[in-house]
Write a protein that binds this ligand. Structure first.
Ligand SMILES: Nc1ncnc2c1ncn2[C@@H]1O[C@H](COP(=O)(O)OP(=O)(O)OP(=O)(O)O)[C@@H](O)[C@H]1O
Ligand code: SF4
Ligand SMILES: [Mg+2]
Length: 351
């Protein structure tokens, strides 16, 4: 195990991504900041289309080449031992040196990460050979042991099979084994359990938590499911339309959600004695090409509408979804501290 493995961290500051589309240049990630700390799990939550995957891919410098690029900000990887690299600007060769060994990613779609023409065992072994310098034989034995670690029965036989012979849940586990094969200090997991049934989901959650406390890995856990983050995350960033709208320790976020978007998301999480709100949040996440001015959540914000009803009509604007506060349309709310361990981007929340 690397001596630095316990102290790798990633500091993301004002990260911006541009994508070239037929409608012109869009910015699906527009000024995002957070920290992945050693031995801790940061949750990144938000509905579909909020920019979670684009953020994760940007951190790994895996954005589709020629189409998307990091247009601003920094992604500072450090090993706690004086070595640091800004992944936003580092040369491709330097990034490749770190990827797999220092930081690894589990993708939303396991089929995209597994190569159909090699056996699962060969693919996992290749990571250990490349990054840990193991011989072919040793790397294969390690691949079998990793497959068994991630809960695949009869791992020696399964290692000789191809990805298409694995079920979706097993492919997810194989991808996890591959990500762990380089002993990364930081793991970025994009919806690692979403496609799985509840039992397998719980097993993967347990497994990752166990591995993390054992190895001191820092994790970014990307999901639209706040229920999962309640179990796994130390801290949560809630993302909406390319920006972080609230950030707090997990316990604090669940006990005291302040942003109207977080409150609406939490109302959709089923609880023991309360069914989930039906239908989710009214309206939908804007595409990056059509983000509204001011607070990007204003067309869907119940608080802004409620305050508009209470206030003088002069302070309000009529929108498609009803009357909202003028300042919600005119001003871009900054993420600001509202308590220890708690930040929110809403002008209507008291400090
Ligand atoms: N290559 C691309 N070209 C054009 N638009 C893109 C591209 N990749 C992502 N987008 C757009 O950027 C926005 C953010 O996408 P992203 O995949 O990051 O969302 P997400 O939060 O991960 O959603 P989900 O929960 O569905 O995975 C979406 O509107 C998406 O359509
Ligand atoms: S700034 Fe206005 S629109 Fe945005 S979340 Fe706060 S109240 Fe709602
Ligand atoms: Mg995604």
């Amino acid at each position: 195990m690397s001596p630095n493995r316990h102290s790798a961290a990633l500091a993301v500051r004002d990260l911006r991504v541009e994508i070239r589309t037929r409608e012109g240049i869009v910015r699906p990630v527009d000024g995002v900041s957070f920290d992945i700390r050693p031995g801790r799990t940061l949750g990144l939550a938000g509905e579909s289309g909020c920019g979670k995957t684009v953020s994760a891919l940007a951190l790994m410098r895996l954005l589709p080449r020629g189409q998307a690029r990091i247009s601003g900000g920094s992604v500072l990887w450090s090993n706690g031992d004086g070595e640091s690299v800004n992944l936003a600007t580092a040369a491709e060769q330097e990034v490749r040196r770190l990827r797999g060994r220092r930081l690894a990613m589990i993708f939303q779609d396991p089929a995209a990460a597994l190569n159909p023409v090699f056996t699962v065992g060969e693919q996992i072994a290749e990571v250990s050979r490349l990054h840990l310098g193991l011989s072919h034989g040793k790397a294969m034995r390690r691949a079998v042991s990793l497959l068994s670690r991630v809960g695949i029965a009869d791992a020696a036989r399964r290692a000789r099979e191809y990805p298409h012979q694995f079920s979706g849940g097993m492919q997810q586990r194989a991808m996890l084994a591959m990500a762990l094969a380089g002993e990364p200090g930081i793991l970025i997991a994009d919806e690692p359990t979403t496609a799985l049934d509840v039992t397998v989901q719980a097993q993967i959650v347990d497994l990752l938590r166990g591995l993390q406390s054992e190895a001191g890995m820092g994790m970014l856990w990307v999901t639209h499911d706040l229920g999962v983050l309640a179990q796994v995350a130390d801290e949560i960033c809630v993302m909406y339309a390319g920006r972080i709208v609230e950030r707090a320790g997990t316990r604090e976020l669940f006990a005291n959600p302040l942003h109207p978007y977080t409150q609406a998301l939490l109302a959709c999480v089923p609880r023991l004695h309360r069914p989930a709100g039906t239908g989710g949040i009214p309206g939908s996440v804007p595409t990056p090409a059509e983000v509204p001015p001011g607070c990007r959540f204003h067309p869907r914000c119940a608080l802004s509408r409620r305050l508009a009803v209470e206030l003088d009509a002069e302070l309000c604007v009529n929108t498609q979804s009803g009357s909202v506060l003028r300042r919600c349309v005119d001003e871009v709310p900054a993420l600001r501290p509202v308590g220890a361990d708690h930040w929110v981007a809403c002008g209507e929340v008291a400090s």
